[in-house]
Design a protein around this ligand. Structure first.
Ligand SMILES: [Fe+2]
Length: 413
């Protein structure tokens, strides 16, 4: 498979889809309990939704699909295999899938399946399995790193640097996945060589990886921003990287680096949570454009599937799931603080704020903002639970780039 014939590359970028093969579970109390711990991520219908996604791709024919890690729920080998089966028709259609692992994908001790009402361990993904399932990228690459699953793909005037930023052991694991990420010294050296080469080939280098380089949320940096982000940002500046696309934090957010304003980072929200975001990334002659689409899988579901009310209302099903997380967290906090009758209605605006924030739907009109701030429930929170009222503010004010759904980056001549 080759990408170079494409006039104007148009990629679909998704992240943190946490695919969980429906061969790995059956409905049981044990499974439902597990499902309630996934912080708004749908793990029940990922098979049906990925099927729908592939049908859409076959209809619309993007140049390729890029996944910035956490391709599987918890690194179950069957999830990876099943995903490759679902992606198979894309090969025939010439649509490449370029993936890099996330911290949940490789040798994850949390890999589980549900059989006969019980939860048992499932076979884990090795680096070799990952390369095999996502062979397109590795086959197309002009260079790959010996010390990680990183590789580069060149097309037109661009060089895509697909970086493996995860820390995992070299064998099956019995422990939880490591949240934080790092590029080893050897991988950094390789990366710098790839950047030097890009410069001499006059190609625009773009970074794709799981961990963030910039702090998209000041309160959540530990484990999310790459340990040695500073070292990478120095390379970014030196070799004029205009854009990095990352995931991990499950937040839809576009940032401009305040220290190096020609560099932007787009963090893509989790494909299996509210919004089901697909980022349309167009690589043009002198500019890069990006626009989020909230994917609605329902036109691609079969009649049989649509008899299930979760699937027939899928976007709302996901939004509700997400609202509930913020609402429950706020409710617990308020009840612990001694609040009784108002707690449930106050918690509702926190749930709504949480949904707005994580889906990047915070580009509000002045009138909408005023309505939120003048809501008496917000006023009460401000007085009795400032921590919660500040999460409402956070969902409305974005001091960096307020539009988290689209951007056009003009490249220097
Ligand atoms: Fe994730």
């Amino acid at each position: 498979m080759a990408l170079n014939h494409v006039q104007e590359p148009h990629f679909w970028v998704i992240s943190d889809n946490h695919f969980y093969s429906d061969d790995l579970f059956e409905d049981s109390e044990r499974f439902r309990k597990f499902e309630s711990t996934t912080i708004g991520t749908d793990i029940r219908y990922t098979t049906q939704v990925l099927d729908a996604f592939v049908k859409k791709a076959l209809d619309e024919k993007p140049t390729g699909i890029i996944i910035t890690g956490d391709t599987t729920l918890n690194g179950e080998q069957r999830s990876l295999e099943h995903m490759a089966e679902i992606f198979e028709p894309l090969k025939k259609a010439g649509i490449a899938v370029l993936a890099i692992p996330g911290n949940h994908d490789i040798y994850n001790g949390w890999a589980r399946k549900f059989v006969n009402g019980q939860q048992i361990t499932a076979h884990q993904i090795s680096p070799a399995d990952f390369k095999e399932a996502f062979a397109d990228g590795y086959q197309m690459s002009s260079s790959s790193d010996k010390n990680s699953l990183s590789y580069v793909v060149d097309l037109q005037d661009y060089r895509l640097l697909m970086l493996d930023s995860n820390i995992y052991s070299d064998r099956f694991s019995k422990t939880e996945p490591i949240t934080k990420g790092q590029l080893s010294e050897k991988t950094l050296d390789w990366l710098e060589n790839m950047l030097i080469e890009a410069q001499s080939m006059k190609k625009v280098p773009l970074i794709f990886m799981h961990h963030n380089l910039l702090a998209h949320n000041e309160n959540v940096t530990e484990g999310f921003v790459l340990n040695n982000a500073q070292q990478v940002l120095e390379l970014v500046e030196q070799y004029h990287v205009p854009l990095a696309m990352t995931g991990h934090i499950h937040l839809q957010n576009i940032m401009q680096d305040s220290k190096n304003p020609t560099f932007y980072e787009i963090s893509t929200s989790s494909f299996s949570t509210a919004g089901s975001h697909i980022g349309h990334l167009k690589l043009q002659d002198n500019k890069i454009s990006y626009e989020v689409e909230a994917f609605d899988p329902r036109p691609y579901f079969t009649e049989n599937q649509l008899e299930n009310s979760d699937l027939s209302q899928y976007p709302e099903f996901l939004a509700n799931k997400y609202r509930q997380v913020g609402e429950q967290m706020a409710l617990n906090f308020l009840i612990q603080s001694g609040m009784k009758e108002d707690a449930a209605s106050l918690a509702k605006i926190v749930g709504e704020a949480n949904l707005r924030y994580f889906t990047g739907n915070n580009l509000l009109s002045e009138a909408d903002k005023v309505a939120i701030y003048q809501d008496s429930r917000y006023q009460t929170l401000k007085e009795f639970a400032p921590r919660l009222s500040s999460s409402v503010e956070q969902s409305v004010e974005d001091q960096n780039i307020p539009n988290n759904h689209s951007i056009v980056i003009d490249l220097p001549e």
